[in-house]
Design a protein around this ligand. Structure first.
Ligand code: SF4
Length: 362
């Protein structure tokens, strides 16, 4: 029987969502958590003010904003971050509310049965290890309690001790390369040993030191490589975040970044297209004519070029940024992530190519 056009196209990119379906037999949902972390790069004592593309809310996802309970628009310091995190742990209420809402929504609307807890907002390793352990433990325990309470109320017979049956499949921790060390990696590895998938998401954005300086990233390539090495030794799954269309970057610059990241063979990859987030330094730079924005029509061919260079095994988690329309200065029509994914797949199909076709390991 002839395969459908859709199934042929999907195979051209190693989608993370499809990999999860294979591993767990169903769709796995990410439940985003704002656990009260802040970002050390926005701290008063470092006087850095954060990355120039980032708004003061730390690029919390659009859906998560409706669940964020504390205003973090002032510039906090690391001690405050810990106090915030401590407050969450002490009462546990905000994490519980977030999980309760996300669980109820995904179960009601999508009949969701498998989940990751996603520590996403700001820098989710920005606390001492014992506090991190309390935060992650609390979230996992809260999830399982809420999930099983709901199932029991629905009259389901449950084996709480059987981890293989837990609907929680893993945790994801988003962080900066310079806020990660061996002790934090070992803590995260302890969850892997409990049977969870553990993903650590590292922002890199570009391999070019001059770009990292321009976007005020606050770390260089060495810190990134060191963090990736530590995470790999701890057998954690590593996701790299890259931005396309950063000021001063040519097509060749972005291809060089793709080749550089490919050599690390990350387990996961997220591409974002640069957006001018209101309140960010880049939004101000754009308004004063200092920077320009890449037209999104370039994205399908550019992303196809980049994906051809990536290892076939790297799981692709996203190809575009996700912002609410009213949060950004919108010069161009909003990129629909599904249409963009389809356009990249079609571009690869036209080339009779696929992710990894031009991957070369030095
Ligand atoms: S590290 Fe993340 S949260 Fe911090 S300023 Fe940069 S993008 Fe924003």
């Amino acid at each position: 029987m002839q395969k459908s056009f859709d199934s042929i196209e999907r195979a051209r990119i190693n989608w993370h969502s499809q990999c999860l379906r294979v591993r767990y037999g169903e769709k796995v949902w990410r439940l985003g958590i704002d656990a009260g972390f802040t970002c050390p790069h926005r701290s008063v004592d470092r006087l850095h003010g954060g990355c120039r593309f980032c708004a003061s809310d730390g690029n919390v996802s659009a859906y998560q904003k409706s669940q964020t309970f504390k205003s973090k628009t002032s510039v906090p310091n690391t001690i405050n971050a810990n106090v915030n995190a401590s407050n969450h742990i002490d009462d546990g209420s905000t994490i519980e509310q977030q999980i309760r809402r996300a669980l109820a929504f995904t179960q009601r609307r999508y009949k969701a049965k498998a989940f990751f807890l996603y520590f996403q907002a700001y820098t989710c390793t920005n606390a001492p290890v014992p506090m991190l352990a309390r935060i992650y433990d609390n979230a996992i325990a809260t999830f399982e309690r809420l999930y099983y309470d709901a199932q029991k109320q629905a009259g389901m017979d449950l084996q709480l001790s059987n981890l293989s049956k837990t609907p929680l499949k893993g945790i994801i921790v988003s962080t900066r390369p310079d806020c990660f060390d061996i002790a934090k990696a070992e803590l995260l590895a302890s969850y892997r040993k409990q049977g969870f998938e553990v993903w650590v998401e590292f922002g890199l954005q570009s391999m070019h030191e001059e770009t990292l300086a321009l976007i005020n990233r606050g770390h260089g390539i060495d810190e990134f490589l060191n963090a990736m090495d530590i995470a790999k030794k701890a057998q954690l799954s590593r996701t790299v975040h890259l931005i396309l269309g950063l000021p001063g970057e040519s097509h060749g610059s972005m291809i060089e970044t793709a080749k550089f990241v490919a050599q690390i063979k990350p387990e996961g990859l997220k591409y974002h297209d640069l957006h001018l987030v209101k309140g960010s330094a880049f939004a101000r730079s754009f308004c004063s004519g200092e920077i320009a924005l890449m037209h999104p029509s370039r994205l399908p061919a550019l992303l196809a070029d980049c994906l051809e260079l990536m290892p076939a095994s790297t799981e692709i988690m996203r190809l575009s940024a996700d912002f609410r329309h009213d949060e950004t200065i919108n010069l161009h029509p909003q990129v629909d992530k599904h249409k963009l994914a389809r356009a990249v797949e079609e571009e690869l199909a036209v080339r009779d190519s696929f992710q990894g076709q031009r991957f070369e390991f030095d």
